[in-house]
Design a protein around this ligand. Structure first.
Ligand SMILES: [Zn+2]
Ligand SMILES: [Zn+2]
Length: 123
């Protein structure tokens, strides 16, 4: 079982599906919302059980972002044309069983840090 929660504990989630595509996103939206880069993995939407007062924000016409309205933790990302939900790796309980595979949207990364872990980078 993979499970996690926001910082204050009001919002929790769990899944028995195996998380796929663990990545670290450097896009400007993820950096603005998370305060840093946003690490996530995804599972089928139907296999993710979300509890608590998660609030959803339409960050673009094609996607929405879920966060805890109490503590502000950025927990979920969903594209309207996909049947998966991405959840933040930072909110996972240990042991996560997840290992980061790649960096994405690196062309949009901040200019205040360097990616130096040798993992694949996708623009
Ligand atoms: Zn919270
Ligand atoms: Zn992003």
């Amino acid at each position: 079982m993979t499970q996690g929660s926001c910082l204050c504990g009001a919002c929790t989630y769990k899944t028995s599906a195996t998380p796929k595509g663990p990545s670290m996103c450097h896009c400007s939206q993820c950096r603005a919302q998370s305060g840093g880069v946003w690490s996530s993995a995804y599972v089928p939407r139907s296999e993710l059980i979300i509890s608590g007062p998660v609030k959803w924000f339409a960050s673009s016409p094609s996607a929405r972002r879920g966060f805890c309205p109490e503590c502000g933790s950025f927990l979920f990302w969903e594209a309207h044309d996909e049947d998966t939900t991405s959840f933040s790796l930072g909110s996972l309980s240990k042991p996560t069983g997840v290992t980061l595979e790649k960096h994405i949207f690196t062309a949009d990364k901040g200019d205040y840090y360097t990616i130096a872990d040798g993992l694949p980078q996708k623009d």
